[in-house]
Design a protein around this ligand. Structure first.
Ligand SMILES: [Fe+2]
Ligand SMILES: [Fe+2]
Length: 331
C-alpha cells in the first residue's frame, strides 16, 4: 500500500474519535470569550475615556514590543492561509457529504483562532502606536504570498507542525502579555494571556492527534516527525514583508526582534521539541522498523545538538526600522 493510502486509512480509523477531541479541547461558542469582552464598548458613553486609557498605557511600551505585537497580530490575521492549507490535508474532506469529523475540527479550530487576529487588530487600532495602513498592507501581502511549511498534504507532518506551532504561539503570546502587564497595560496583558490559553488547548489537541496516530502507525508517524525536524519548523509568517519590500525580509527582522526581547528564542524551539519527545515517549518506542529506529535516535539526539548550536548564536542590535511602528519618541 502506498504511503498516501496508509495515511488515509489511519485518518479514517481515528475519525470517530474527533468529536471527542473537540469536546475535550475546544470551548462551546456560546461560552468562550469574545474580543468585545476586552475592548471598550463603542455603544457605551465610556468608550472615549476607556480608549483614552488604552492610548495612555500604550505609551509605556517600547519599539521592539510594538514590532513584535504587530507581527504576532499579522501572523494571526493570515488565518485564511492556515484554514485552506489544513482543509487540503489527506483525510480532511469537506466534500465527502457526511460531515467529515476532521473537516469539522478544522472549521471549529479556525473559528476559535479567528478571534485572535480580531481582538489584537482592534487593540492595535485603538492604541495609536502603529501605522495601521502599513500593517494592513503587510497582512494582505502575507495572505497573498501564502506559506510553505514543508508538510505537503501529509496529516502526520501537519499535526507535528501544528503541535509545535501552537505551543510556540502560546509561549510568545504569554510573554508579550507578561511584558504588557509589567508596564501597567492590564487590559493588553489579559488579552494576550487569554489568547495564550486558547493556543495551549489547541496544542494539547494536536499533540493528542499525533499520540493517537503513533498508536496506529508508529513507524510512519515517527519518520514524519523526524522529517519535519530535519527541515526545521518554519514559522507560519516566514514570508512576512513590508510594503515595497521583498518577501521574507520583515520576517527575519521580526525574528531578531522577538529573540532580543526574549519573546520567542532558539531555546524555546529546543524546549518545545523536548516536550514533544517526552509526551510522545519517542525514546520508549520499540518494535520499530530499521528506518524508524534511525528516526527515533535522530529525534532523541536532536535537542542536545541544537543546544550546542544555540550556544553559539548571537543577536545584536540592528538598524532595521519597520514601517509599522514610528521609532520617534519610543523607549
Ligand atoms: Fe492564534
Ligand atoms: Fe493557535
Amino acid at each position: 500500500m502506498s504511503l498516501k493510502n496508509i495515511r488515509l486509512e489511519v485518518m479514517q480509523a481515528i475519525e470517530p474519535q474527533v468529536q471527542g477531541f473537540m469536546d475535550s479541547f475546544l470551548v462551546p461558542i456560546e461560552e468562550i470569550w469574545q474580543p468585545s469582552d476586552f475592548l471598550p464598548d463603542s455603544q457605551s458613553d465610556d468608550f472615549f475615556s476607556e480608549t483614552e486609557q488604552i492610548r495612555e498605557e500604550a505609551k509605556e511600551l517600547g519599539y521592539d514590543f510594538w514590532v513584535t505585537l504587530v507581527a504576532d497580530t499579522i501572523t494571526e490575521e493570515a488565518l485564511p492561509t492556515y484554514e485552506s492549507w489544513l482543509m487540503d490535508v489527506e483525510g480532511v474532506d469537506q466534500h465527502d457529504g457526511r460531515d467529515n469529523g476532521w473537516s469539522k475540527w478544522v472549521r471549529a479550530w479556525t473559528a476559535e483562532e479567528n478571534r485572535h487576529g480580531d481582538v489584537l487588530n482592534k487593540y492595535l487600532y485603538l492604541s495609536g502606536r502603529v501605522n495601521m495602513r502599513e500593517v494592513e498592507i503587510t497582512t494582505q501581502h502575507l495572505i497573498a504570498d501564502g506559506f510553505d511549511i514543508g508538510t505537503d498534504r501529509d496529516p502526520y507532518k501537519n499535526f507535528v507542525y501544528t503541535s509545535f506551532q501552537e505551543l510556540a504561539t502560546n509561549i510568545s503570546h504569554k510573554r508579550v502579555g507578561k511584558m504588557a502587564k509589567k508596564k501597567g497595560n492590564k487590559l493588553l496583558g489579559k488579552m494576550c494571556s487569554i489568547i495564550a490559553g486558547d493556543e495551549m488547548r489547541h496544542h494539547l489537541a494536536y499533540r493528542e492527534f499525533v499520540k493517537t496516530i503513533l498508536g496506529e502507525d508508529p513507524n510512519g508517524m515517527i519518520e514524519a516527525f523526524a522529517d519535519m525536524m530535519k527541515r526545521k519548523i518554519v514559522m507560519p509568517a516566514h514570508f512576512l514583508r513590508e510594503s515595497g519590500e521583498s518577501i521574507g525580509v520583515a520576517f527575519e527582522q521580526f525574528s531578531n526582534c522577538a529573540q532580543r526581547l526574549g519573546v520567542y528564542t532558539a531555546q524555546d524551539y529546543i524546549e518545545i521539541l523536548q516536550k514533544l519527545n517526552n509526551y510522545w515517549e519517542i525514546g520508549n518506542l520499540n518494535g520499530l522498523s530499521e528506518q524508524a529506529e534511525k528516526a527515533r535516535d535522530y529525534l532523541m539526539n536532536l535537542p542536545g545538538r541544537l543546544e550546542r548550536i544555540a550556544g553559539r548564536m548571537q543577536f545584536g542590535e540592528d538598524q532595521y526600522k519597520f514601517k509599522w511602528v514610528e521609532a520617534n519618541g519610543m523607549l
